[in-house]
Ligand binder design. Structure first.
Ligand code: ARG
Length: 460
């Protein structure tokens, strides 16, 4: 049987199922480039510690670069017994440059620091890509909001008609939530971007290795402060998932709105064919599968977050093999969030809106608040105006006519302070233009939100 990297003290062979249960190469192989980069930085730093000669370093680096080419070109052959990406690369290095020199690479090093380094390097790259995708999504939202700023629709609370809003305001409601996600992403990334390399198994490196130099070479922003925590915490994965979970929650709610708005009953929006599917039975169907998957995948993302949090919550200090269970959820989470942002971008970018249906769904009772505010402007206390306006709503219901069809006399029968100008209240555009406070739904306030979103996208 092939010799295990750690086989010195072992006499019996490993149980075959245990071997399969233990291996992670079939998924951690995606970390090959980070693993090789980490090894090169580690080898270079060990020239300074005196553990490697210049010549040995050159040989090791040459071997590692060749392994990288093998992986890049799909020519790396995983051998039986390659437990994980670290052992696979080291085994191959021995084959290429001989085990005498290859065997020096791991001096003072542990796979514990290697895997933590590889994961952080990999994740920082993915978070940079995610930032680009998220910014592009926000760009689509901002552009759409600007183009369609004049469209007015019902705003809902409790899914009941509440007050008129601009369609752009609805877009920016999600825009502002995803904007917070973008800010959080930048913060999370800077915490992920710290180096554990040089920590050894748990206690530190005995040969005076220059951690700062290695971190700089690898592009880390800084160093983790404690070797025991650094080899063993997976906070950076959990935090990334918490971030992604929040984002997926926003996705899910946005999807839910659009699913409702795309029903025949609402008809506010129509999904493009590219993001819909049909029914195998009912020829007329066009189903919003993209939106349903955005909503459904939020559950999957939450599942991974909950699962990993459970895996890490009870383990004792420093490295335990439980930590290997952080890899698959991390990969799946990043893929889920990345794909979801791209799909949502496509959906929002290609959605058709139906402003007539939106307008038709507005009803004069949605201006009851405006009617109360009309009296407030005449000096009547709001509690009183709320009551008066409520009685107008009731009167309209009794009369079987919309509120704006009541005559001035009828309105005056409820309260004599209604004047000639009261009918100006029954105008949806006027209503949204009343909401001028920052973050409100008036045109000016919406334009300010668009500018803020654009500034955030551009920052950093
Ligand atoms: N494959 C392992 C992981 O992903 C690498 C670290 C192994 N360390 C150890 N002491 N067995 O966690």
């Amino acid at each position: 049987p092939e010799a295990k990297l750690w086989g010195g003290r072992f006499k019996g062979g490993i149980d075959p199922l245990m071997e399969a249960y233990n291996e992670s190469i079939h998924y951690d192989r995606v970390l090959y480039a980070e693993d090789l980069d980490g090894s090169i930085a580690f080898a270079r730093a060990n020239v300074k510690t005196g553990r490697l000669t210049e010549e040995e370093f050159v040989q090791i680096m040459g071997g590692l670069l060749r392994i990288k080419v093998e992986w890049d070109t799909n020519n790396f052959r995983i051998a039986k017994g390659d437990e994980d990406i670290h052992t696979a690369n080291e085994r191959r290095l021995g084959e290429i440059i001989g085990t005498h020199i290859a065997g020096k690479l791991h001096t003072g090093r542990s796979r514990n620091e290697q895997i933590a380094t590889d994961m952080r390097l990999w994740l920082v790259k993915r978070l940079r890509e995610l930032e680009g995708h998220l910014a592009a999504f926000l760009q689509v939202i901002a552009d759409r909001a600007e183009t369609e700023i004049s469209v007015v629709m019902p705003g809902y609370t409790h899914l009941q008609r509440a007050q008129p809003i601009r369609w752009a305001h609805w877009l920016l409601a999600y825009g502002s939530q995803f904007a917070s996600d973008l800010e959080r992403l930048r913060e999370v990334r800077s915490r992920v971007n710290r180096s554990p390399l040089g920590f050894g198994a748990l206690a530190g490196n005995p040969f005076g290795i220059d951690r700062a130099a290695m971190a700089k070479e690898l592009g880390f922003e800084g160093l983790l402060p404690n070797s025991m925590a650094g080899v063993a915490d997976r906070d950076f994965v959990v935090e990334t998932m918490q971030w992604g979970m929040m984002l997926m929650t926003h996705m899910s709610r946005m999807a839910e709105d659009l699913i409702i708005y795309s029903t025949s009953e609402f008809g506010f929006v129509q999904l493009s064919d590219g993001y819909s599917t049909g029914s195998s039975l009912m020829p007329q169907k066009k189903n919003p599968d993209s939106l349903e998957l955005l909503r459904g995948k939020a559950g999957r993302a939450f599942g991974h977050l909950a699962g990993l949090t459970m895996s890490v919550k009870g383990i004792p200090s420093t490295y335990n093999k439980d930590l290997q269970e952080s890899l698959e959820p991390m990969f799946d989470h990043v893929k889920t969030v990345t794909d979801s942002i791209l799909i949502a971008t496509g959906v929002v970018n290609t959605l058709a809106i139906n402003p007539e249906r939106m307008r038709a769904a507005l009803s004069p009772d949605m201006l009851a608040t405006d009617l109360a505010e009309y009296l407030v402007r005449k000096g009547v206390p709001f509690r009183e105006t709320h009551h008066i306006s409520g009685r107008v709503v009731a009167l309209a219901e009794e009369e079987g006519r919309p509120m704006d069809q009541l005559s001035l006399e009828e309105l005056r029968s409820v309260d004599t302070r209604f004047g000639e100008d009261v009918h100006s209240v029954f105008d949806y555009t006027r209503s949204v233009e009343q909401r001028t406070s920052a973050g409100g739904t008036s045109e000016k306030a919406v334009r300010e939100q668009i500018e803020m979103l654009r500034a955030l996208i551009k920052s950093e």
